[in-house]
Design a protein around this ligand. Structure first.
Ligand SMILES: [Zn+2]
Ligand SMILES: [Zn+2]
Length: 177
């Protein structure tokens, strides 16, 4: 989505866009599916430059961090950015530096009034995709030895059994007392 800040010179502009992000491009291996992200907002002129405010609605599914079963998530977040002209247009930072240089107030310095808006929504999305999701609080996970889903099946493996520790135990037992 291209955002043209100049459009708000004469008055506020309503924004509405549906972003279709490729789930694999977000580099979150736990992300299984991502529905199109809905953005609704408003672009207004301010003393500092321009302000974008709005809401981002998203939903999708991630793999349970213990058993890999799909866990759905959805949410709605309010977002806002202040777009302020870069101090020195002749020696201003690159587009990348503009993005990296964003401070806590989400002030974005721009040189060109046409802004590629997708990265801003993508960054918000990265914060909203759950980390270490669980299908349920009591998820038993996969057996580390045979890989069976311990929520739905049981295996003969001894819990915590690991050949390395077995070896250690044998060595300990061999020690003369
Ligand atoms: Zn699970
Ligand atoms: Zn097992």
């Amino acid at each position: 989505m291209q955002l043209n800040l100049e459009e708000a010179r004469e008055g506020p502009v309503d924004l509405s866009h549906r972003f279709s992000f490729d789930a694999s491009r977000l580099e979150r291996p736990e992300l299984l599916a991502l529905a199109p992200v809905e953005f609704r907002g408003r672009l207004t002129k301010s003393e500092a430059g321009f302000i974008v405010t709005g809401t981002v609605r998203f939903s999708g599914s991630v793999a349970c961090s213990r058993c890999l079963a799909p866990v759905t998530f959805e949410g709605e977040e309010t977002v806002s950015w202040v777009f302020s002209p870069a101090p020195d247009p002749k020696h201003g930072p690159s587009q990348e530096e503009i993005l990296l240089g964003r401070d806590d107030f989400d002030v974005v310095h721009y040189r060109e009034p046409r802004i590629h808006f997708d990265p801003f929504i993508e960054e918000e999305l990265q914060l909203e995709i759950p980390l270490k999701a669980l299908c349920r609080e009591s998820c038993k996970g996969l057996c580390p030895t045979c890989g069976i889903d311990r929520n739905s099946a049981t295996c003969a493996c001894t819990p915590g059994e690991d050949s390395r520790w077995e070896t250690l135990k044998v060595l300990t037992e061999r020690k003369p007392r």
